[in-house]
Design a protein around this ligand. Structure first.
Ligand SMILES: [Zn+2]
Ligand SMILES: [Zn+2]
Length: 256
């Protein structure tokens, strides 16, 4: 039996859901919780608003807020956030001093997203882009889930079995898992964990790949009467495997 604690229950639920990635499952739960919390009534509380004024939101979570439905709540959040943003921007602009540009630099092809920020203003804006109340909320609990994952993996044979039978992870969350494993597991544990998780990833990407291939072949009239198998919802699962998230989810809206 797995001893259930506050941190293990959601993780076990996520593994029990049988999705393409248990960490996507946790991420969805956390972001929906945060959106309904903030636009529920929390935006009326001063201490919460101080946080949203400061952190702001990323493009993805602004879109979620817009779709969720409480427009007046969003307007209130935005009005004080923009006030703070413009004040900070004012400080940045006052201190802005253009640098010299030589002919060589002017000839170079622009590659603005991959280059380091050249100005403090550019760096400040990048920090703003990366800052989001909802992402910050998830980052905190995500790190705890990663710790709990390795806790359970090290100590609990039942969990190792559930993990072994799981469908693996999406590529981005798999990346985080490996990066965390490097610190959390001993050499011996790594010798066992890596081959297992690598096989899990390759086998499950292969499974999803075969599903989408069958989706393509089903379009052939000769396969018209054949069974869909597990291909019918393979598009969204394949997209999730590659990049995370749930492309087929219905829009998350406030309950009427
Ligand atoms: Zn994922
Ligand atoms: Zn965000």
């Amino acid at each position: 039996m797995i001893k259930e604690t506050i941190a293990t229950i959601p993780l076990m639920d996520a593994f029990g859901a049988g999705d393409e990635c248990p960490f996507c499952f946790l991420e969805r739960e956390a972001e929906q919780h945060a959106i309904s919390f903030i636009l529920g009534s929390a935006y009326m509380e001063d201490d919460i608003r101080e946080k949203t004024d400061d952190a702001g939101f990323c493009r993805h979570h602004f879109k979620m807020m817009y779709d969720y439905g409480n427009r007046l709540g969003s307007a209130l959040i935005l009005s004080t956030h923009l006030k703070k943003l413009n004040l900070e921007l004012g400080g940045e602009l006052k201190n802005f001093s253009p640098k010299k540009s030589g002919l060589l630099k002017r000839m170079k092809r622009t590659d603005v997203k991959n280059a380091e920020a050249k100005t403090p203003l550019g760096a400040w804006i990048r920090r703003k882009e990366a800052s989001c109340y909802v992402c910050d909320h998830f980052r905190d609990i995500y790190n705890r889930y990663l710790d709990t994952f390795f806790d359970l993996y090290r100590k609990n044979s039942d969990f190792r079995e559930i993990f072994g039978k799981s469908r693996g992870f999406c590529l981005p969350h798999f990346g985080d898992l490996i990066e965390t494993a490097e610190d959390k597991l001993s050499e011996d544990q790594k010798k066992e964990f890596y081959p297992k998780v690598f096989a899990l990833m390759q086998d499950n990407i292969d499974r999803v790949q075969k599903d989408v291939s069958w989706f393509v072949e089903k379009n052939d009239y000769r396969n018209r009467d054949k069974d869909w198998g597990s291909a019918a919802d393979s598009i969204q699962r394949a997209m999730q495997k590659c990049a995370g998230g749930y492309p087929a989810d219905e829009t998350f809206r406030v309950k009427p």
